[in-house]
Design a protein around this ligand. Structure first.
Ligand SMILES: O=C(NCCNC(=O)c1cc(-c2ccc(F)cc2)cc(O)c1O)c1cc(O)ncn1
Ligand SMILES: [Mg+2]
Length: 214
């Protein structure tokens, strides 16, 4: 029977990446997406911007919304300090199953907790379920119409502290107009746009980095 794109992406990781070497997993996925099939990973160009933000923030707690095949999950976790924790939420059970295997191949199982379900359901449970106070860094890369409601929900649930960083993918393509409007005009955030391109293409896209001012 026909395989899915996430299954073919996982096969490329298992074929071309070295077990326990997260950067080789990232490289294998980028090669697959450039040479074989496009997939909606943040990619290598925006990935370099993501790397620079992660190393600058040096977060102890990270929340990723939208795991997909765990490309950015592995990319972020490979840069975290020893006892840091990354929680990643994925709605789609098939994607989650593939992501778990990519994370395992990278050898990052002890840094990453993958949670299956809808972000709107899980965000209010974060504190009690995962003994989290606040997140130092949030990477938004899930459904584009969930960025704004989930950001408001994180504020309401006290998951952001003065200095928490939100980094949002795809603010141009596919686009998150309501989120951009809110975050750029809210007195509670200081925002900065990093211009780039949609993964593996020449189409404009970018990342929006926002500091929560408390
Ligand atoms: O997270 C869930 N989907 C992936 C979100 N990510 C995207 O949709 C996404 C899309 C694109 C993209 C860009 C151009 C184009 F022509 C087609 C797709 C790029 C990206 O970089 C993304 O991140 C999800 C699934 C589900 O069933 N329920 C809840 N959430
Ligand atoms: Mg994206």
């Amino acid at each position: 029977t026909q395989t899915t794109r996430p299954q073919r992406l996982l096969a490329a990781v298992q074929k071309n990446a070295t077990r326990g070497d997260p950067r080789s997993v990232v490289k294998a996925i980028d090669q697959f997406c450039r040479q074989k099939e496009w997939a909606m990973n943040v990619g290598d160009e925006k990935g370099c911007i993501l790397d620079s933000v992660v190393t600058e923030v040096n977060p102890a707690t990270v929340l990723e919304l939208g795991t997909y095949c765990a490309y950015s999950t592995v990319r972020i976790a490979s840069l975290l300090p020893p006892h840091a924790k990354l929680i990643t939420l994925e709605f789609n059970p098939h994607n989650a199953a593939i992501a778990r295997q990519v994370i395992a191949w990278a050898g990052l199982g002890d840094k990453i907790q993958l949670v299956e379900g809808a972000s709107g359901d899980w965000i209010p449970k974060m504190k009690e379920k995962f003994a989290i106070e606040t997140f130092d860094l949030v990477f938004l890369d899930h459904w584009k119409d969930r960025y704004l409601p989930d950001t408001k929900l994180m504020e309401e649930c006290g998951l952001l502290r003065k200095g928490s960083i939100l980094l949002a993918d795809n603010v141009i393509c596919p686009g998150t107009p309501d989120y951009l409007e809110y975050i750029r005009n809210s007195p509670r955030y200081k925002s900065q746009y990093f211009r780039s391109h949609l993964e593996y293409t020449k189409v404009e896209d970018g990342l929006e980095k926002s500091v929560f001012l408390g």
